[in-house]
Every structure is written in C-alpha cells, then in structure tokens.
Design a protein around this ligand. Structure first.
Ligand SMILES: NC(=O)c1ccc[n+]([C@@H]2O[C@H](COP(=O)([O-])OP(=O)(O)OC[C@H]3O[C@@H](n4cnc5c(N)ncnc54)[C@H](OP(=O)(O)O)[C@@H]3O)[C@@H](O)[C@H]2O)c1
Length: 287
C-alpha cells in the first residue's frame, strides 16, 4: 500500500513515515517545499503522479500565538489546504488521515471532551483547525479525523525541550497550573495511527497518551526525571499572558480508541520516560 504523507518535515510526520516503513508500507513524504497543500493544482498533480492509496496530512500551520495576528494564513493552510486534500482524496476515492487539535474546544467543560462534544474554539488557530475538520466531515466518507494534544517529539521544538533549556539557564521558574490536557509523544501517536488505518474503521477519534496533567505538573516531572535542580512555582494563565487564549480543560476522552485498537494508549509519564531515554541516546551518540 502506498501512503503519501504531506508536511513531511514536521515533528509528527517524522515519526509517522518511519513507522509506516517499518510496517511494510511504501511511504512517500513530501515536505512543504515539495508540496504546498494550499495549491490545489499541485496537490492534484502530486496525487496524479504518485497514485497513493491513502493520504496522511501532517501539513499544518501550528503557530498558535502567531495565528492571532495571521489568521488568514492559518485558515489558508488549516482550512483551504485541507479542503484541497479532501477534493483530491474524494476524486480518487482514497481515505484521508487528518490531524486536528484539542484547541477546537473552549475548555469550559468540567470533564474530558468526547468525540460527540461540540467544538467552540477560543483562538484563531482553533478556528482554522475547526474549518479543516468541517471540510473533512462535509466532503469525505473515507476519513480518519484524529484530534490530538500537547505533542512532543524528537524531531521538533516542544515543551520538554523548552523546559530543559530553561533548566540550564535558571534556578527558578513559573509554569501555569490552570490548563489541563494530555501530553502526547508523536512516536506513540504514529504507532496508534498506523494501527488505526489497518482497522479500516473510518471516523472521528481522540488519540493522546493516557492520563491528564497540567503544564506545571508536566514540567515538574520533566525536571525530576532529568535531575535538573530548579525550583518550579505554579502560576495562572492571567499572570503569564500570551497572544492566544488557551482552553482551561482540553483533556480528550479516548473513546472509542481502546475498543478499536484493542489497547489503551501508554500514559504520558511512560511516554515522557521513553522520550527522555531516546533523546539522551541520540544526544550521546551525537546523531
Ligand atoms: N504540536 C502540537 O502540540 C499539536 C497539538 C495538537 C494537534 N496538532 C496537530 O498535529 C499535526 C502535526 O503537528 P506538528 O506538531 O507535527 O506540526 P509541525 O511540526 O509544525 O509540522 C507541520 C509541517 O507542515 C508544514 N507546512 C506548513 N504549511 C504548509 C503548506 N501550506 N503545505 C505543506 N506543508 C506545510 C510545515 O512546514 P514549514 O515549517 O516549512 O512551514 C511543517 O513541516 C497538525 O495538524 C497540528 O495541528 C499539533
């Protein structure tokens, strides 16, 4: 089976392509320079010459704060870019795997968000991702729409790396304790997504590492496991204002992933331990 992966230079794509190859797929990754998903003719032409059996869209505008002042660009990529992929997948009658975000929710719910909850984004990035979701739902029958959250991976800048860099420079820091979500390792997500496409069960899914936390508790665990001597104080989002508002609760309920895959996702603590071990191997071997 031939799989076309868009946005192949991104953090998630760089775990998805090797995962596909390991499972015996022919995986073709196209980076932003190779294929701009906002260009419908280019998307048609790439699909026409490569003739994929399935497309995995990892291309996205992911700068959450910048999107507040560049909403047009975010909508172009996360909305109209996805629209283009949908048209091409629809025309060729092939499935599309598309990623969305916990930030399509407003965070007001007291319990985890299920796949049946109505999105109501509170920032520009969330609005642009919701537009992409709508095109998938409107235009396609064969799709896996996968919402995920708080990604970290070996091939991109992420919260863990930010904390570890900070730990080298500072003896004290403050981290927000009023946003709750599910940190997710791109490697675990990639494995789950490849397993999901093997089920053939199309639909909307929430895939994250299991168990929820706050950025504050996540940071404490990162420093603890990495033996970084730093004092971490909890703070609130209003004391550390950022251009984009974040939902207070963006915990995603995994139903029906455990039923469909026949297993639970590993916990974020387990994922963090494995990530740190792999990261240290890569750093030591100088790769
Ligand atoms: N990161 C998170 O915490 C998080 C959380 C929830 C959901 N998600 C979703 O998960 C997916 C993967 O995220 P990620 O963290 O791997 O993102 P990422 O590292 O920012 O990768 C996105 C890739 O898309 C490329 N791209 C941007 N515009 C493009 C265009 N018009 N055409 C083709 N490629 C384009 C980017 O290339 P350039 O950099 O060269 O522009 C980049 O290589 C996204 O759908 C994202 O919305 C991410």
């Amino acid at each position: 089976m031939k799989v076309l992966v868009t946005g192949a230079g991104g953090m998630l794509a760089q775990d998805i392509v090797p995962c596909l190859l390991e499972r015996g797929y022919e995986a073709i990754g196209l980076r932003h320079d190779d294929l701009d998903i906002t260009d419908l003719a280019a998307v048609r032409s790439a699909a026409g010459s490569l003739e994929p059996d399935l497309v995995i869209n990892c291309a996205a505008y992911t700068k959450v704060d910048e999107a507040e002042t560049d909403e047009y660009r975010a909508l172009m990529v996360n909305g109209f870019g996805v629209h283009n992929l949908c048209l091409v997948c629809q025309g060729r009658d092939i499935p599309l795997v598309h990623f969305s975000t916990d930030y399509v929710f407003d965070g007001a719910k007291a319990s985890p968000y299920t796949i049946y909850d109505a999105p109501n984004p509170i920032n520009a990035y969330g609005r642009s991702k919701l537009m992409g979701e709508k095109y998938v739902l409107w235009l396609l029958n064969k799709f896996y729409l996968v919402r995920t959250s708080w990604l970290f991976g070996l091939h991109g800048s992420n919260f863990i790396e930010t904390m570890l860099e900070l730990g080298q420079r500072q003896k004290h820091t403050s981290v927000v304790n009023d946003q709750r979500g599910c940190p997710t390792w791109t490697y675990h997500l990639a494995q789950a997504v490849v397993a999901l496409i093997e089920t053939g069960r199309y639909g909307v899914y929430h895939i994250t590492n299991s168990e929820a936390t706050t950025w504050f508790d996540f940071a404490k665990e990162i420093f603890g496991l990495s033996n970084v001597d730093i004092e971490v104080a909890p703070t609130s989002s209003d004391k550390l204002p950022r251009p984009a508002k974040r939902p207070g609760n963006s915990v995603l309920d995994p139903y029906p992933i455990p039923e469909v895959l026949g297993r639970e996702m590993p916990s974020w603590r387990q994922a963090l331990k494995e990530y740190l071990a792999q990261r240290n191997t890569v750093t030591k071997s100088g790769v």
